[in-house]
Write a protein that binds this ligand. Structure first.
Ligand SMILES: Nc1ncnc2c1ncn2[C@@H]1O[C@H](COP(=O)(O)OP(=O)(O)OP(=O)(O)O)[C@@H](O)[C@H]1O
Ligand SMILES: [Mg+2]
Length: 225
């Protein structure tokens, strides 16, 4: 659902898209980055979304980009780069890489060149380690970082008001006491909160009783902090 955080993310992505600029969105695990980034890409088909993972090399990245651009994903790194660059040049598209902390230096450099050559906006989203990677291991700036126009730091946790909004919309039947227990036990983390809500609802259903604060409390001791 739309919250202040999802709106802030969408705004930064829109600016990068319209201005053909580079934006970096970063924050701790489970704050809702992926959810918000995906949502923007669903609403804006001109966005090309790549979800990186630890197996990403520069070649894997280019193959994924080629596939996303409906191009053949075979050939050398250079062939792929040229085909993708031709396709994206002045296309008004936006390149989005989520979980970008997984990208090795070479892949980051390729994105930089792609951005330079195509004029497409670029959004990198991920964990705080992403910023360390962009600054370079030994404090030397990766060329890409000097091109970043907007940085959106989401911090370590979400404010309780936002968690409360999400909880209320997920569990419209729950009473205030239950909702505030959910928010309290979530500890600023949306992922922890969704696990908690799912588990507590399951426990309540299994026992044929209504969801209540006590169940939430009990279930929260079972999940990782
Ligand atoms: N705005 C929201 N409305 C409803 N649920 C949300 C929202 N944002 C996040 N969540 C819930 O929180 C969970 C974590 O969100 P998400 O995977 O987007 O986090 P993340 O910041 O990408 O984490 P990571 O850094 O670990 O990839 C999701 O499973 C989702 O259920
Ligand atoms: Mg994520």
């Amino acid at each position: 659902m739309a919250t202040r955080t999802t709106r802030r993310i969408a705004e930064v992505m829109r600016d990068a898209h319209e201005g053909g600029e580079v934006a970096v969105i970063y924050g701790q695990a489970g704050l809702g980055k992926t959810q918000a980034v995906k949502h923007y890409c669903e609403q804006n088909p001109a966005a090309v979304l790549i979800e990186a993972n630890p197996s990403f090399t520069a070649l894997v990245l280019m193959r994924k980009l080629a596939t996303a651009c409906k191009l053949m994903s075979t050939g050398s790194l250079n062939d792929l780069f040229e085909a993708v660059a031709d396709r994206l040049r002045d296309s008004g598209r936006l390149i989005v890489v989520d979980e970008a902390e997984n990208l090795p230096l070479r892949a980051l450099e390729i994105l930089r060149r792609l951005h330079d050559e195509t004029g497409c906006g670029l959004v990198l989203s991920g964990m705080p380690k992403l910023v360390t990677n962009l600054r370079g291991k030994h404090g030397e700036l990766v060329q890409l970082y000097s091109r970043v126009s907007v940085v959106l730091p989401l911090g370590d946790s979400l404010p309780d008001e936002e968690l409360a909004e999400i909880a209320k919309s997920a569990l419209p039947q729950a009473d205030e006491e239950t909702l505030s227990e959910i928010v309290k036990q979530a500890n600023g983390n949306t992922r922890r909160m969704s696990k908690l809500m799912r588990g507590a609802v399951r426990t309540a259903n299994k026992n044929g009783i209504q969801l209540q604060a006590g169940i939430v409390k009990k279930y929260s001791s079972l999940i990782i902090r």
